[in-house]
Structures are given as C-alpha cells and as structure tokens.
Design a protein around this ligand. Sequence first.
Ligand SMILES: Cc1ncc(COP(=O)(O)O)c(C=O)c1O
Length: 492
Amino acid sequence: MKEILKIENKKYAYQCLNQALNMGLNFKLEKNFKEKNFNVDNLNDLLDNPVEGIELKELLKYFEKEIIPYCSNFSNKNFMGFPDSGNSLAGLSGAILADFLQQNLINSSFCAPIATYIEIAVIKWFRELLGYKIIPINSIWDVGGIITYGGTGSNATAMLLARENFRKNTMINGVNNASDYKIIVPKGINHYSIKSSSMWIGCGNNVIEVETDNYRYNIQELKKVLLANKGKIMSVVSYVGDSRTMTIENLKEVYQTVKEIDKNIWLHVDACHGFSLSFSDKLKNKIVGIELFDSIATDPHKVLNIPYCISALLIKDPHKFKLITSTSDLIMQEDFAWGQVTPFIGSKCWISLKIWFMMKNIGIKKIGKIIEQRCEIANILAHKINNSKHFILINEVNINAVVFMYVKDKNNLKKDIKKINLLNQRIYSKMLEEGIYYLHSFSLPDDRGIMEKGAILTPLRFMSGNPNIKEEDLNNILNYIIKLVKELEDNE
Ligand SMILES: Cc1ncc(COP(=O)(O)O)c(C=O)c1O
C-alpha cells in the first residue's frame, strides 16, 4: 500500500513530499496576492464524495492547478492588509517537523517527553521579554503560560481565569446571575473575541464598552463605569495594538485606575500584536506597564512570521492556573502534563516548535531589528500620506498600522463622510476583485476628529509584518489606488 509511509516506499514518499514542498514554495513566492477569484456557484464541483482515490502525485498536480490559484497569499509582499506573513524559514521548518514528529502535548511522560520542555522554554522566553517574573520550574504550575491555538483561545482562557478569580468555584457551581460577571472593554476598537468568550463561558453578553479618546480608554469614563458597577466587574481588558489602529493603551494609567477602585478585578491585556515590541530594545519602552497586568495574550502567528496557528497566554502569577484546572484519569497526573492546564484543548500538536525554531534561528536581537524595520515602514507610509493631497491619515501610528482614506484633494476637502466612505469602499472592492494588492477595510469611529469626531468611517488600512516590503512598494500601493480611482471615475 503505497499511500502509507513505510521503509519500502521511502523514495516515493520523498518524491511526493518534495513535490508538495515545491508547490508551497512556489505559492509563497507568487507575484500577486491571489491569482483567481473562486465563484461560489461552482461549490458543488468540490463536494463530490471521493469514492475512488487519486494517486498522490496526480492529486498534488490537480491541487496545484485547480485549488492553489484561488488561495490568498499572506506571504506576498503585495498583501498589505495583515501582518501574518508566515514566511520565516525556520518557522516553516518547525511546522513541517511538528507534523512529522506527532508529539501530543497533553501528557509528558510517554506523549511528549522532550516537546513539553521545549514548550516551557518558549513560554519562559516570552515571559522574560515582557517583564514577568520567572520562578524555578518544578512542574507545569510554575511555568506561567500556556500555548493555545490563537488569540481568541488565549483571550477566552484569560476570561475564564478572570471569572474564577472573581467568583471561586464557578467551574463547579456554574454561573449564578450572569449580569454580575461584567467585562469592560474600550468602545469601537475591542476585538470580538472578548464578547464571544464571555458568552462561551456562561457569563452572557455583559460586556460594557467604555468611551475612548484617540483609541484609548477615556480614563474619566472608565472611572465612572468602574464605580457605577463596583463589585460586578470581573475583568478590564486593554489593548497593546487593537485590531484596527494598533494603538497602544496608557497601560499604567489603566492599571492604577482599576486597582485603586477594585484590587480583585482581573486586568487582561490583549497584546496579540504589540507584544512584538518587547523584542526591540528601542521599542520596548512603548509597552512599559504590561508586566503589571494579570494576563497577556500574544499571537506569534500574526507578528513573528510564524505559520498558523499559535498563540501564548501568559499570566503574572503562574499558580493562578490552578483556578481553571480540570483533571481526569485519562490525563496523567504528572508534574509536567500540559493537559491539566489547557482548557478547551485535548490532544495538542507541538505548535510551539515553530516559535522555538524561529527564535533559535533569528535570535532575539535580530527579531527586534525586524520589528523596528516593520514599524519604520509604517511610519514612512504615514509620512507619504501626510504629504500627499490625495490621502488623509486617520490614526496616530503606534506600531505597524496605517489607517487612511482617499479623499481626492485634502486641501479642498468637503467633509461629505458618506461620499468619502463610499469611494473608499469601492476602492476596496475593486482591489479585492483584481487580486494584485490587498489593504484591509472595516468600520471605525473617528476618535481623533480627523473628519468629524465620532463619525463612522470605512477607511483603508495598511498593516504588514512582511520584512520584504520596501519603500518602493509603498509608492506602488499609493499609485495603484490613484489609478483605481481614475478607472472607477472613467467607468462612471
Ligand atoms: C487584537 C486582537 N486580538 C485577538 C485576535 C484574535 O486572534 P486569532 O485570530 O489568532 O484568534 C485578533 C485577530 O485579529 C486581534 O487583532
């Protein structure tokens, strides 16, 4: 049976895997971010049951021709909407090897005898970078972090910790009166995963959105809400790089405000994006105060050029993980069985190997330089936008996101927000259709009063984590937008 790996078909296996590897490399190095748009009317063609198998080399050929052209390529340097480029060679090597090695990080002794300790090393590195204390590690309970499948998983686990910290044994007794388990988030910029987490863990939709200024908490408003709901707030969530503008919260101010009013509130910081600044000696001062928070969510698959899916949740007091442990005789009751501290996860692939490879390969110092270069590219684009009459900058660039709008001529600007929004949406749709470049788009309150304070804008957003992007690519994308607008006007 040549479909299953064995000594006798090693050569065939090598050829197939080599073919797959080549396809992957070719895809990552493609010119455009997408070759073709898949038409959902053809969905039925994909749904036929695979009753008879196809020989693997043939199947790979079919996949390359019929499926890959429809994939979005986040590694392409024209893909400027998200930073998740996944193009670290060591990260890719770790991803491939993790699948080959098939270690299961639910248990240590027989499932993942060394992988367990490699995962501990990765978490320790992150804790140290972010300024959390390291204690001697004698068991899983001393590590102070877990690996999850994404920022959403880390945020959900943080909210579970907040809930148990707030009302001990809710795990056992269940939630009594969900509206007493409130979570505070900044209005307009929070990530949906917090509200979803609250609902997933039985606390209902009791998330309070607090007014913001320049995409950060308005501290007076935060105080008001804290006092009005005293005793009924389990967590306050802050962002070090919110999903839209990448603004960094005034961390120390939020910490002091919250802890002065109620010491028991769990302070969580979603640093899925901004934790990357901790690698740079030059930029880490921007996130000072992060180490005061009870938990930190990080998303290496977004910001460290690591392939999907991997996130790490870190907590200040490692022993607090005991609050959310659940054991079974199917999980080994051994000192280093990760399965005891990973809610929502059973068998777990050695995903942290991707980070281990990348960090060992590039090293903290050089990763810091990559992050600096990434931020610098965003600053250069912001500068170009400020100097162009066609574009208007919406956010203050804190990390690597540049939010902007095409406005034709900003020196003679009629602030017809409806019309400007519509034009930018049309630019976005055309860009998506053409598949040459990608910038992201979403709705965003105008929190800095660039057009009109509080108005809802639908801007374009540049954000990249791809070290291959150079200044000329920034000129190209701006010229491309100007060209698109001309084409749109010509077709009117
Ligand atoms: C700030 C922030 N937090 C959390 C998430 C969720 O992360 P993931 O997609 O890895 O679950 C995102 C995703 O974009 C994000 O931007």
